[in-house]
Every structure is written in structure tokens, then in C-alpha cells.
Design a binder for this molecule. Sequence first.
Ligand code: SF4
Length: 305
Amino acid sequence: METVLKRKIKVGISECCFGSKVRYNGKGFDYVKNFGREKEQFIFYPLCPECLAGLGVPRTPISIKGGSGEDVLQGTAKIKNRKGEEVTDKLIKACEFSLELLKSEGIYIYMYKEGSPSCGVYRTTLKDKRLGNPPGIFGAMLLNEGFFLVCADDLESPIKRWDIVRRVNAFTWIKEAEIENINQLYEVWHIVKFLCQELDEKTSRSLGHELSILDNIQKEDIEKYRKTILEIIRKPSTLKKIKGWMWKNYSYYRKNKGIELDIVKEPTDLRSNTILAEELIKLEIKLYGEGYSFGSSPILNRAKR
Ligand code: SF4
């Protein structure tokens, strides 16, 4: 099975994270610049639900009253601006329109701005140490639709960015992989199982065990297993796990080739997260060039730049 994606991946993004000055206060952020040349792997679809709702820039800030964004969708909470004016219907329509747009383009990855009552997922206020009423309205819709969600603030950290890119690649590949029979399912699992074990060891072990005793499989079962694998890949890793698994991969390579690489320092050597991310990427490229699959980032993207 081909494990290299050769086309750009479509991702939706909160417009204020794409450099557009569309926030309530007329400001914006450019998180995409953090990708550097890696940016070429993606096609971005910036959307601002609050602008599409006709609230304008600058605008009076809004907040959720009486519950979360999910409650707004259920009709038990409202959205009001600081002047007390209700904008619930306008905002729901704009969020529905935004979602339709993403779906019609076959997009299932979204980079969101945390802390917004519209796009926020785990916080709907920008005030430190307060969560507000998460998720926001658009955040709730994206969660309900099973989107792969990336907090745009995480793109500023090299190591989190590396984790995001490898999971986005694997997620896209699995979502689109042709799996018609049990052998293809095994093949897909074999390719992504080390990444899955890093992200959620317990679920991966039990899934691996379930798959090993299967003797026949229906189309619905294939989709059920695909969904479980996608759920695992949505989960971010931690620095500790990343370091541990990188060392496992490297040790495997060293044992099999009998070669030491000076691009990777000993695990006990102190280094910044930026250096660690650089080591990971160099290792990944080198192993790939030599025909080895790097278990922690099994799917690469080589879209034309
Ligand atoms: S967080 Fe969402 S709604 Fe708010 S400015 Fe950014 S894109 Fe617009």
C-alpha cells in the first residue's frame, strides 16, 4: 500500500488565524506562517462565522448565555452581544453555512481559534483560567460531525506542530484508504499501529487483539474499525511519549542497520523542543530515503511544492 500522500490536504481554518483582521477588535493572528515550507502541503479554507453572520468588524463582543454552544443548537441557550442584543439565529445560520461549505469541499480537518464563543472548542472566553461555556456554536457543530480539530495556538510549538502534521497525514490517509476486505484492514492497521500505540496504548492493544481473532468481516465492521482508528489518531501525543517512541524507532533502526546517526542525541542529553522537532524531521526524512518506515509518522506528504 502506498504510504505517501501526493496531493495537498484541504483544511478549514478560523479566518482570524490566517492573518485576516476579522476579530471583534479588528485584529488577527498569522498562525499559518509557523508551518514554513510545510505550508505547501495544505490548501486553506478560511472562514469567519461571525463575519458571515453580518456582525461586522469591529463588532460588539458576543457571548453564550444560559449554556454551551451545544445548548444553543438545542434551543436552550442564546447568543447575545455586550449591549444585550440577541444574535442567536444569525449566528446559527452562518455556522450552518460554514459547515456546509466545508463538507461540500470534502474537508474534515479544521484549525480553530480557542476562546471564541463561535469557533472555540474547549474554551469560549479569552480570559485566563476560565473556560466560559465550551464548546462554541461552530465548535459544537465540528465536534458533532467528527472533524479532526487542531487548536491553532498549538501551531506555534515546533513539537506540537510535528505531532499535528503526522496525525493529519495519517488521518487523511486512513479516511480515504480503500479497505474492502480483511487483508486490506490488516495492512492498514499494520502501517499505523505504532502511531496508535503511542497515542492510546490501551485502546490500540484491545483493537489489535480484536483484529487478530477476526476470521470474516462485513462492510459495516470495516467502517467500525476505521472509525476506532480515526478516533485514536485524533488524540494529541505528549512530549514524553514522543521522545520515548522516537528512541524506540531509532533503536530499531540502529539494531537492524548497525549504524549510529549523529542527527539524534542520546535520550539523556538536554535539548529544547525545537531541536527535538528538528531531530525528528531529519530522522524521518533519512529513514524514508533509505526505504525504512518511521513507525511514529507512518504517512508522509510529498505534495508538489
Ligand atoms: S474566532 Fe471564529 S468567529 Fe471569531 S474572529 Fe476568529 S474566525 Fe471569526
